[in-house]
Design a protein around this ligand. Structure first.
Ligand code: SF4
Ligand code: SF4
Length: 192
């Protein structure tokens, strides 16, 4: 863990600001997608309707997406994220509350923290959008053990999804978004 910012105080005020932030993509991994489908009883078509595919427009990944794998679709390479309404709200936000809180994606569980694995070490920091979070700086001191546990789970998910994306981008012939979601939902690695 990063020793430079060990002392941080945080308590989520449930303000919902991170769910309303237009520029924060709620990217999803394979496990996030399976959890969503199982938790809401969604078919693959219904899962697709809850997602947006953000096409990759340049060689250089946008800030904040450097560690997120893009996947090939019929429209080009894209990042997968939960759909947002025109005003920037996540589609699962209602009256400032998350309607899928127990099964929310890893990025939602992590915010305002971000994690990265470097060789055998895990480092953590604060989101580039940390200034929107009123919970930072209040509440109890964040325990490193809790952060470490969350980081390990989130990074394992991401690592699995990266492997999947690599295989998909290299092998799959029928690279449509519909086929991609079917493949994710039937992949036993994401159900574990
Ligand atoms: S912006 Fe911060 S305090 Fe508000 S809901 Fe998100 S994590 Fe919680
Ligand atoms: S899934 Fe829930 S926690 Fe995540 S952005 Fe949407 S409303 Fe917020």
């Amino acid at each position: 863990m990063n020793p430079k910012i060990e002392q941080v105080f945080f308590e989520c005020t449930k303000c919902g600001d991170c769910c309303r932030e237009r520029t924060l993509l709620v990217t999803v991994t394979g496990r996030d997608i399976v959890r969503l489908s199982n938790g809401l009883g969604f078919t693959s078509n219904e899962v697709i309707k809850a997602l947006d595919f953000y096409l990759v427009s340049s060689e250089e990944p946008p800030k904040g997406l450097q560690d997120i794998p893009s996947v090939k679709t019929e429209h080009g390479s894209a990042y997968i994220a939960l759909k947002k309404l025109e005003n920037g709200d996540c589609i699962f936000l209602k009256d400032d509350l998350c309607m899928i809180h127990p099964i929310r994606p890893g990025v939602c569980m992590s915010f305002p923290f971000v994690f990265r694995s470097e060789k055998t070490d895990i480092t953590w920091g604060l989101s580039a959008k940390k200034e929107i979070c009123p919970g930072l700086g209040i509440g109890p001191e964040v325990k490193l053990e809790d952060l470490r546990e969350l980081a390990a789970a989130v990074l394992e998910d991401l690592s699995l999804f990266k492997s999947f994306a690599k295989e998909w981008n290299r092998n799959e012939q029928n690279q449509t978004a519909a086929r991609l979601i079917e493949m994710i939902l039937s992949d036993p690695r994401f159900s574990a």
